[in-house]
Design a protein around this ligand. Structure first.
Ligand code: ACO
Length: 320
């Protein structure tokens, strides 16, 4: 027994920003952004908080699962930074939707949703919870330097949620992190403060990334994770119906299509509309595929995420 997803939801800011609007204040243009990343627009918070987006996603997921907040035994939020360092974003969502249950956040960067699935499966297997709400939520616009064209054009804001309960959908899950990786490859400094005892000013600034290093890691790890899963379950690539990859760059997805030699129609994409939403990418794809009826019972769904750390996580579900 593992888990299945019984409802999903999304919370997206109202403001959609197209590439041309960025060219109004940055030395960039739609041609560069579209051709290098596949991104055409992203949604950015104006006056929404991350709690607003998360609560909207959570409420929709609960409604689709036919549950009320009182039915939830655990709330897990995947985020690299909630509205507060503490309380957790999960606590803020619980307060907003009226749930009274244990709550905590998970930070595994863009891989956070897959890490949260693993934690949820352990709670379910241990009999410690019956219904678990997982929310992935990121306000990347607050973490990027809007004078740095190398990074700010890549990201968006949003949330996606799902309700999980005991079931047999989850057949495989594998987590990893490259402990030897240099944090300089991709990081958001978390320092700050004004301690008179600190030896020098602590760094508190915006996301920094060595884009080409992340690109190489991403392309390699998706193939490695896919082959590991196929070997573990004795499956062939043709038996996988959908490959949901973290939406970091359309060119990374194109490389995966070529390496895995699978039809590109098996790789749903939403990076063109949303940009890189970190850990929100995969649950948002799931929500969209459920909403438009693409995802059907019996479909095999491989999910593969990668991010700062460098973390990676993948799983296979046979949709119930
Ligand atoms: N507009 C116009 N020009 C730009 C922009 C921009 N927004 N950004 C960079 N450039 C310029 C650079 O200054 C550089 O100019 P130069 O040649 O005169 O020095 C030129 O474009 C090429 O820059 P590169 O960094 O070499 O461009 P590259 O083709 O590697 O693309 C990118 C950069 C899109 C970041 C790519 O490396 C990438 O996608 N990496 C993957 C990392 C990623 O997606 N990270 C997201 C977060 S991490 C995660 O989600 C796991």
């Amino acid at each position: 027994m593992s888990l299945k997803i019984t409802g999903a939801g999304k919370g997206i800011p109202a403001k959609r920003v197209f590439n041309d609007e960025l060219a109004g204040f940055l030395d960039t243009d739609d041609a560069w952004i579209s051709s290098r990343t596949g991104i055409k627009s992203r949604y950015l918070c104006v006056d929404e908080t991350l709690t607003d987006l998360s609560a909207a996603a959570a409420s929709q997921a609960l409604q689709n699962a036919g549950l009320s907040p009182g039915d939830i035994d655990l709330i897990l939020c995947s985020t690299v930074g909630g509205d507060y360092r503490t309380p957790s974003l999960a606590c803020c969502v619980a307060e907003r939707v009226g749930a009274r249950c244990p709550c905590f956040d998970v930070n595994a960067a863009c891989t956070g949703f897959v890490y949260a699935l693993e934690i949820a499966s352990l709670f379910l297997r241990g009999g410690r919870a019956g219904n678990i709400l997982i929310i992935a939520a990121e306000m990347m616009s607050a973490l990027t330097d809007w004078t740095d064209r190398n990074t700010c054009v890549l990201f968006g804001d949003g949330a996606a949620a799902c309700v999980v309960t005991a079931g047999n959908a989850l057949r495989y899950l594998h987590l990893s992190s490259d402990a030897g990786a240099d944090a300089a490859v991709l990081n958001i400094p978390g320092g700050g403060g004004n301690s008179p005892f600190a030896a020098g000013k602590r760094d508190s600034a915006f996301l920094r990334m060595q884009g080409q290093e992340v690109f190489k890691f991403a392309v390699g790890i998706v193939e490695t994770e896919m082959l590991r899963m196929l070997d573990a379950l004795k499956l062939s690539p043709e038996q996988i119906d959908w490959l949901l990859l973290h939406q970091a760059n359309k060119r990374i997805i194109d490389c995966a299509v070529a390496k895995l030699k699978q039809p590109k129609e098996k790789f749903p994409c939403n990076i063109d509309r949303y940009g890189n939403l970190s850990s929100v990418s995969i649950p948002l794809l799931l929500f969209e595929m459920l909403e438009d009826g693409r995802l059907k019972p019996g479909d095999t769904v491989f999910m593969s995420a990668f991010g700062a750390g460098l973390t990676a996580g993948s799983c296979l579900m046979v949709w119930e």
